[in-house]
Design a protein around this ligand. Structure first.
Ligand SMILES: Cc1cc2nc3c(=O)[nH]c(=O)nc-3n(C[C@H](O)[C@H](O)[C@H](O)COP(=O)(O)OP(=O)(O)OC[C@H]3O[C@@H](n4cnc5c(N)ncnc54)[C@H](O)[C@@H]3O)c2cc1C
Ligand code: SF4
Length: 432
C-alpha cells in the first residue's frame, strides 16, 4: 500500500498522512470536500488506502507501515564493538560489510569539534562514526560526493536521521542498486545553535577546550547511561540524570523545530533499507539478552536489507521479534515528541541569559511542575483517605450502636431467663 502512496511523491504523501492523522473521524468527507485537488488526480489510489485504514481497528494504523517487515533484537557478539557503539553495535557490522567490498560509508563524526557527516572508506576510520552524537550534523557537500561514488559504481552506505535519508533519495531522484541506507529511530535532534552555544559556555566554565562528547559512553559492569566529556586537558564522566545537556535533550527543549511535527518518521524510514535503534525494554522481550551493554532494534525494510542481514547475521546474537515489541518502549519510531510551553520559555530565555542558565532555569521549572503534580496527587490522596476514614468511622459507630442495642437486648433476655430460673429453683425448694 505504501508503494501505491509513494507514487504521489514525498510532499503529497506527507500531506495525505497529515490529513489522515488530523481528521481520522471523517476521512471520507475530507476526501470529497477538503482535498479536491487530490481527488481528481488520485482519488482511486487514495480511496483504497483510506478504505483499508478505515477497516482497521485504530491501534493497527500505526503499525500498518511495518507489516511484512522483519524486526530483530540484535547484539554484537564482540563486546568491544558494543562498548563503543550506542546500542547493540549493528551499525559497525553493516558498515564493515560495505567497506570490505571496497565501498564507502557516509555517517556522522566529530571533525575539529564540529559534528558533521563524513565519508569513510577504510575500516580503520570506522570508529569515528560509531556512537550517537546528539547534535544536528552538518551535511555540507555530502550529497554530491555520495552521488559521485554511486555513479562510479561503488557500494555506498548512507546512515542518518530519517529526514537526512529522505534528503538523499530526493536529491538522487533515481534508484541505485549500489546504494544502501540505514535510518535511525529518531527522538529528534538538538539544533546546532544550542549545542555550540552550550560548548562555548562550558569551555568558559572549564577554562579548557572541548574535543568531543561521547553521548553514549559505556563502562563494563555499569548499567547507567553515561556521557564522557573529552577536553584538551582532562576528561570526565557524567551520569545522564546529572547532565544538563542530556536532560535538556530528553525534555525536548533544544530540538529543531521540525522535530515536533516530524514528516519523515514514516516517509524517510519507509525508504531506507534498515531502521536502527536502541532496544529499550529488551529485558521484557528477550530477558537473557539484557547484560547492560546494549541491544539494537533492527528493522530490515527492503529486499536489499534482508539480503545483507542474512550475510552479516552470524556476527550477532539475534532474535526475531514483533514491531509492537519495539514500539512498546520506543514510540519515537512513529510519533513526534510533544511541544511544551517550557520549550518557548527556553528559547525566550536563551535571548536573555547565557544558555547554561537558560537550561538550568527550564529544567528547574520542569522539576517544580513535577513536584506540584506530586503534591496535587498527595493532596488528592489525603482528601480521599480522610473521606474514606470518615466513612469507615461512621460505619464503625453505626455497628457499635447496633451491637450495643443487641447486647442490651441479649442482657435483657439473659436477665429474664435468670429471673425465671431463680423463681423455678425457689419453687422447687419450697415443694421439697
Ligand atoms: C539524535 C539521535 C536521536 C536518536 N533517538 C533514538 C530514539 O529515540 N530511539 C532509539 O531507539 N534510537 C535512537 N537513536 C539511535 C540510537 O541511539 C543508535 O544510534 C542506533 O541504535 C544505532 O546504534 P548501533 O549500536 O547500531 O551503532 P552506533 O555505532 O551507535 O551507530 C551510530 C550511527 O549513528 C549515526 N549518527 C550518530 N550521530 C548522528 C547524528 N547526529 N545524526 C545522524 N546520524 C548520526 C552514525 O553515523 C552511525 O551510523 C538516536 C540517534 C541519534 C543520533
Ligand atoms: S525527528 Fe524528524 S525532523 Fe527531527 S531529526 Fe528526526 S527525522 Fe529529522
Amino acid at each position: 500500500m505504501l508503494c501505491l502512496l509513494m507514487s504521489f511523491g514525498g510532499d503529497k504523501l506527507v500531506k495525505c498522512f497529515k490529513y489522515i492523522e488530523e481528521n481520522e473521524d471523517n476521512i471520507k468527507s475530507i476526501l470529497n470536500e477538503k482535498m479536491p485537488e487530490y481527488k481528481e488526480k488520485a482519488s482511486k489510489l487514495f480511496k483504497t488506502v483510506i478504505d483499508t485504514l478505515e477497516k482497521m481497528p485504530e491501534e493497527e494504523h500505526i503499525t500498518y507501515e511495518f507489516n511484512n517487515r522483519k524486526v530483530y533484537a540484535c547484539k554484537n557478539k564482540n563486546e568491544d564493538i558494543r562498548l563503543t557503539s550506542s546500542s547493540g553495535g549493528f551499525f559497525y557490522e553493516l558498515a564493515s560489510y560495505i567497506l570490505k567490498k571496497q565501498g564507502s560509508v557516509f555517517g556522522v563524526a566529530y571533525v575539529d569539534k564540529e559534528v558533521k557527516h563524513i565519508e569513510v572508506s577504510d575500516l580503520k576510520d570506522l570508529y569515528k562514526l560509531q556512537g550517537s552524537k546528539y547534535v544536528e550534523s552538518n551535511m555540507h557537500g555530502i550529497l554530491g560526493a555520495l552521488k559521485e561514488r554511486l555513479e562510479a559504481g561503488k557500494k555506498v552506505l548512507f546512515t542518518g536521521t530519517p529526514c537526512q535519508v529522505a534528503s538523499v533519495y530526493s536529491f538522487l531522484k533515481k534508484d541505485y542498486d549500489n546504494l544502501y541506507t540505514a535510518s535511525l529511530i529518531c527522538h529528534g535532534v538538538p539544533a546546532k545553535k544550542y549545542y555550540y552555544d552550550y560548548v562555548k559556555e562550558l569551555e568558559k566554565e572549564e577554562n579548557d577546550e572541548l574535543v568531543e562528547v561521547k553521548f553514549r559512553y559505556k563502562e563494563k559492569n555499569n548499567n547507567h547511561i553515561l556521557l564522557q566529556y573529552v577536553l584538551q586537558k582532562k576528561s570526565y564522566v557524567n551520569l545522564d540524570s546529572g547532565d544538563i545537556y542530556f536532560k535538556t535533550f530528553l525534555n525536548n527543549l533544544n530540538l529543531r523545530d521540525s522535530c515536533f511535527d516530524c514528516k519523515f518518521k514514516l516517509y524517510g524510514n519507509s525508504k531506507s533499507d534498515f531502521i536502527l535503534g536502541d532496544f529499550w525494554g529488551v529485558n521484557e522481550v528477550v530477558p537473557d539478552f539484557d547484560d547492560g551493554l546494549g541491544a539494537s532494534a533492527v528493522i530490515t525494510n527492503s529486499e536489499k536489507g534482508n539480503n545483507i542481514f542474512e550475510k552479516i547475521k552470524d556476527s550477532f546474537e539475534c532474535k526475531e521479534v514483533s514491531i509492537e515489541d519495539v514500539l512498546k518502549d520506543n514510540p519515537t519510531l512513529t510519533d513526534s515528541v510533544k511541544l511544551t510551553l517550557e520549550r518557548y520559555n527556553f528559547i525566550d530565555n536563551c535571548n536573555k541569559m547565557d544558555i547554561i542558565s537558560a537550561m538550568k532555569f527550564s529544567l528547574a521549572n520542569i522539576e517544580i511542575k513535577k513536584l506540584e503534580k506530586k503534591i496535587q496527587g498527595l493532596e488528592h490522596d489525603v482528601d480521599y483517605y480522610s473521606a474514606t476514614l470518615r466513612e469507615e468511622m461512621a460505619k464503625a459507630s453505626e455497628l457499635e450502636n447496633i451491637l450495643s442495642s443487641k447486647r442490651f437486648r441479649l442482657a435483657d433476655k439473659i436477665g429474664n431467663m435468670f429471673n425465671k430460673l431463680t423463681y423455678k429453683i425457689k419453687k422447687c425448694n419450697t415443694n421439697k
